[in-house]
Design a protein around this ligand. Structure first.
Ligand code: FCB
Length: 473
C-alpha cells in the first residue's frame, strides 16, 4: 500500500469552504455487505434476494454476482487498516440479514454475528467509530418467498432482527441506521424491477414503502428501549431536488408530483408523522393506496437522532412525454424526470451537481428543522485507468469529492446542521445491476488479485482530514 504520493489540490474556493467545517465534523466512508463481503455461502449465510437476482440471466451487467465481491469477509482486518491509514474517523457498513438470521425469523446464527463482532472490535481498536446500517437491500430470500416488503409481516420480522443484532453489538455500537434508501428497495425492486427482487407492480411498491417505514419505526422503538447507553438512531434516505423543467403550469405540477412521490413520501411520515395529502390524492388517481393502519404513523414518526442523507443527483420534471403527449395511455398526467443539462457527467452519465446538493441540504433543514444530518453516501463512478502499479490518478473523482464536501460546508453556512460526510465508497465494489464495471471506490480493487491500491482521491481525503485536524489541534 503506497500512501505517500502527491495529492490533487482542490480549488481555492473549495479549500476555503472545507476549512469552515467544525472540529467535530465526521469524516468517513461507507460500504454495504453484499457489495463487498463475498463469502455468500459461508458460516451459515443463506441466499438473499440479491443472490437470487444475480442468477437471473441478463439481470446484472456482464453476469456479475456478489459471490466473491471484494472478499472483505476474509480481508476485513486489512480493510480496516486501510481506513486507519487514511485517517478516517467513521466507518459506515451494513449487516447482512441472511448471515445473522438465516431464515429471516427465529434464532440468530452465532457464526454470522461473530463476523460483525470482530469487525466492530477491529474498528474500535483502530480508533474508528462503527456506523451500523441494519438493512442495505439484502432481504433473506425466505422472507421474499413469504411476500417480501409488500407484506406487513416483513416489518415485524425486521424489528426482531434489529433487536437480535443489537443484543450482540449494542454494548459497543452507538450509531444505528435502520434502512438504506427505502426508495431504492421499493421503487427499483418492486416497481421498476431492476433491483432485487425484480418485481414490477406499482401498488406493491407503494405498500413496500409503507412497510419499510413501519419496520423502521418498530425497530427504532425496540433499539431505543434496549439501549444500555447513548444511542444515535438514524434512517438513511436517497434525496434530490425536483425543479420544474420550465415555468409552465404543466411542468410545475409534474415537479410537485415527482417531489411528493420521490421526496416527501420518505421524509414526511418519519419527520412529520403524516403522508402528504397531495401524494395520497395522486396515488388514488392511479388506483393505488398506502396500506396504513391506525397507529402506524405514530410508530413511524418515533423520534430519530440523525437523518442520513445520500445524494447523487437531481432531476428536472417535465409534464410532457418525449413524444409530446401530456397524458399516459391510462389517462394520467405525464411526470418525466429530465436531466438539468449543461453539466459534466460521471461514468454512469449521472450529472455532477454540487450546487444542487447545497440547495437540497438547505431545503431539508428548512422544511424539516431540528434533525441533524449526516451525509451517509455521496460519490462518483469514473472510468478509472490504473498505471502499471495499480495507481489511479482520479482527478475527476477527487474534484467531485472536493466540490461536494465544499457544498456541505456551504449548506452549513446557510444553517443546515450537517455533522459528517461518509463518502461512497471505500472500495470499488459490486455496483448492483451494473456489476463491477462501475467503480466508486477511493481505493482500487484488482478483482484478479484482490489487491487494494488507494487512488489519488483517497490521498486527497487523507490530506484533507490531516489538515482539518491540524487546524483544530
Ligand atoms: C446508492 C446505494 C449504494 C451504491 C451507490 C452508488 O444508491 O445505496 O449501495 O450503490 O448508490
Amino acid at each position: 500500500m503506497t500512501l505517500d504520493l502527491p495529492t490533487h489540490v482542490a480549488s481555492a474556493r473549495h479549500d476555503e469552504l472545507i476549512a469552515t467545517l467544525p472540529a467535530d465534523f465526521r469524516f468517513g466512508v461507507a460500504t454495504s455487505a453484499y457489495q463487498i463481503e463475498g463469502a455468500v455461502a459461508e458460516d451459515g449465510r443463506t441466499p438473499s434476494i440479491w443472490d437470487t437476482l444475480c442468477r437471473v440471466p441478463g439481470a446484472i451487467d456482464n453476469g456479475d454476482t456478489g459471490d466473491v465481491a471484494c472478499d472483505h469477509y476474509h480481508r476485513m482486518p486489512e480493510d480496516v487498516a486501510l481506513m486507519r491509514g487514511l485517517g478516517l474517523d467513521t466507518y459506515r457498513f451494513s449487516v447482512a440479514w441472511p448471515r445473522v438470521q438465516p431464515h429471516g425469523r427465529g434464532p440468530a446464527n452465532p457464526a454470522g454475528l461473530a463476523f460483525y463482532d470482530r469487525l466492530v472490535d477491529e474498528l474500535l481498536g483502530q480508533g474508528i467509530t462503527p456506523w451500523l446500517t441494519l438493512y442495505h437491500w439484502d432481504l433473506p430470500q425466505e422472507l421474499e418467498d413469504s411476500g417480501g416488503w409488500p407484506v406487513r409481516d416483513t416489518a415485524y420480522r425486521f424489528a426482531d432482527y434489529a433487536e437480535l443484532v443489537h443484543d450482540r453489538l449494542g454494548d459497543r455500537v452507538a450509531h444505528w441506521t435502520t434502512f438504506n434508501e427505502p426508495w431504492c428497495s421499493a421503487m427499483l425492486g418492486y416497481v421498476e424491477g431492476v433491483h432485487a427482487p425484480g418485481r414490477r407492480n406499482f401498488q406493491d411498491g407503494v405498500a413496500a414503502v409503507h412497510h419499510l417505514h413501519l419496520a423502521h419505526g418498530l425497530a427504532a422503538r425496540r433499539l431505543r428501549a434496549a439501549a444500555r447507553g447513548p444511542i444515535d438512531l438514524a434512517v438513511t434516505h436517497i434525496l434530490g431536488n425536483t425543479t420544474p423543467a420550465t415555468d409552465s403550469d404543466l411542468d410545475r405540477e409534474a415537479a410537485r408530483r415527482a417531489d411528493a412521490l420521490g421526496f416527501r413520501f420518505y421524509l414526511d411520515p418519519v419527520l412529520r408523522g403524516s403522508y402528504p395529502a397531495d401524494l395520497v390524492a395522486d396515488l388514488a388517481a392511479r388506483g393505488v393506496e398506502i396500506p396504513v393502519r391506525d397507529g402506524d404513523l405514530e410508530i413511524i414518526s418515533t423520534p430519530i437522532d440523525t437523518l442520513g442523507v445520500n445524494f447523487y443527483r437531481s432531476f428536472k420534471a417535465s409534464g410532457t412525454a418525449e413524444d409530446g403527449s401530456t397524458t399516459t395511455p391510462d389517462g394520467l398526467p405525464v411526470t418525466r424526470g429530465v436531466p438539468v443539462g449543461g453539466l459534466p457527467t460521471t461514468y454512469l452519465d449521472w450529472e455532477v451537481m454540487p450546487d444542487d446538493f447545497a440547495d437540497l441540504l438547505t431545503r431539508i433543514s428548512r422544511d424539516y428543522p431540528g434533525v441533524p444530518m449526516v451525509i451517509t453516501e455521496n460519490g462518483a463512478a469514473y472510468d478509472d485507468e490504473p498505471d502499471a502499479t495499480g495507481f489511479v490518478a482520479d482527478a475527476d473523482r477527487t474534484e467531485y469529492l472536493a466540490a461536494h464536501l465544499a457544498a456541505v460546508a456551504e449548506a452549513r453556512t446557510r444553517g443546515a446542521d450537517v455533522r459528517g460526510y461518509l463518502l461512497w465508497s471505500l472500495l470499488d465494489n459490486f455496483e448492483w445491476a451494473y456489476g463491477y464495471d462501475k467503480r466508486f471506490g477511493i481505493v482500487r480493487v484488482d478483482y484478479d488479485t484482490q489487491a487494494r491500491t488507494p487512488k489519488q482521491s483517497a490521498l486527497w481525503l487523507r490530506d484533507t482530514i490531516t489538515a482539518h485536524r491540524a487546524r483544530h489541534a
